[in-house]
Ligand binder design. Structure first.
Ligand SMILES: [Zn+2]
Length: 345
């Protein structure tokens, strides 16, 4: 296997926080944050630079208008990273790509559109941040400028780019490029073909861009599934994260089938479940311990590392009950993985 070897006990800490919520991060305490994770035997946690609402959780100099309007500690992300590093925990950074409500509102000309000119995702008056941005528009320049600021501001262990999906876009930029390539923008089949080529080109372009500034960080582009479409573009990735919450729409059979494919792509893989009873955003709820044990041990059995999804409450304090639950399972993962590490020696 080439590439990066992932830690065994990871958390993905969602932090999509509405601008209507006040007191964001008001109860955050950096040392308490890191010791809670250490006690739960977590050795990697993905934390947020920019969420689906489009807000930033650090003191951006280039884009101050995008800092969450109620972020109490403007150095939330920096403090998370520094405290975790002191405790030997790595911190990949989350950046949303195609779902960003702030950008969709400010730059409707960057949205991906269908053949009638309608954006993909929710309509203007529907709740949600699901209008999709087109990475073939000047939005890509903004995304690079933001990524560069993050690379120059923080010690970056990894970058997790979320919502990176092929889209049969008919925006002016995609139509122009399709005609140049001899494709017919009026044909849905041609738009699908172009959409797949475009997203692969985007991933290679972003990886090359990141590598100009950071040679070692992990890089992953998430579309909610890993499958045959990834094979031609494996070189843009350092590893694969299999988003597959059994109670969250993917079902219990998605992970074993997907993992048996993904582990043959030549890069290290992790399985991602959630601590939620159902899915992302259901963050007041808990998965029962037996289910979490089953899901994590099944990841190990299929040669994947473990990741548990959580959502940080807007006040910035990790839930003690959640990390007691995670720790009760990850302490067992730690014992089992020690055996694997010894075998590798
Ligand atoms: Zn487009």
């Amino acid at each position: 296997m080439r590439g990066f070897e992932l830690p065994f006990r990871e958390v993905h800490l969602d932090f999509h926080t509405s601008p209507d919520i006040e007191g964001v991060g008001v109860k955050f305490d950096a040392e308490e944050f890191a010791t809670t994770l250490e006690k739960a035997r977590v050795n990697s946690i993905t934390c947020f630079a920019r969420c689906h609402h489009g807000y930033l959780y650090y003191d951006s100099k280039k884009f101050p208008e995008r800092i969450h309007p109620h972020l109490v500690n403007k150095n939330l992300l920096r403090d998370q990273i520094e405290a975790c590093h002191k405790h030997g925990i790595r911190v990949p950074i989350y950046i949303t790509v195609q779902w960003d409500k702030y950008t969709a509102d400010e730059h409707p000309e960057w949205l991906a559109v269908d053949e009638s000119g309608r954006p993909f995702g929710n309509s203007t008056f529907e709740a949600g941040f699901y209008r999709k941005l087109c990475v073939n528009s000047p939005y890509r320049d903004f995304l690079k400028a933001l990524t560069l600021e993050i690379l120059e501001t923080f010690p970056v262990d990894g970058l997790f780019f979320d919502i990176v999906q092929p889209t049969p876009c008919a925006c002016r930029y995609c139509r122009e490029d399709m005609i140049k390539q001899g494709l017919n923008p009026a044909s849905l089949e041609d738009r699908k073909e172009f959409g797949q080529m475009l997203i692969n080109e985007f991933k290679r372009d972003m990886t090359n861009f990141v590598r100009q500034y950071n040679k070692d960080c992990t890089i992953f582009y998430n579309k909610g599934h890993v499958g045959p479409a990834h094979r031609p573009v494996v070189d843009a990735y350092t590893h694969f994260e299999l988003e597959t919450l059994p109670s969250g729409g993917w079902g219990y059979l998605h992970f074993p089938v997907t993992m048996r494919y993904a582990r043959n792509l030549g890069l290290d893989c992790l399985g991602q479940t959630g601590k939620f009873h159902t899915s992302w955003g259901d963050f007041h709820s808990f998965k029962n311990k037996a289910a979490l044990e089953y899901e994590c041990f099944r990841m190990l059995a299929l040669n994947a590392k473990c990741m548990i999804g959580d959502q940080l409450e807007p006040n910035g304090k990790l839930s003690d009950a959640v990390y007691e639950l995670i720790g009760s399972v990850y302490s067992q993962v730690e014992k089992k993985s020690r055996g694997v590490q010894e075998l590798n020696l």
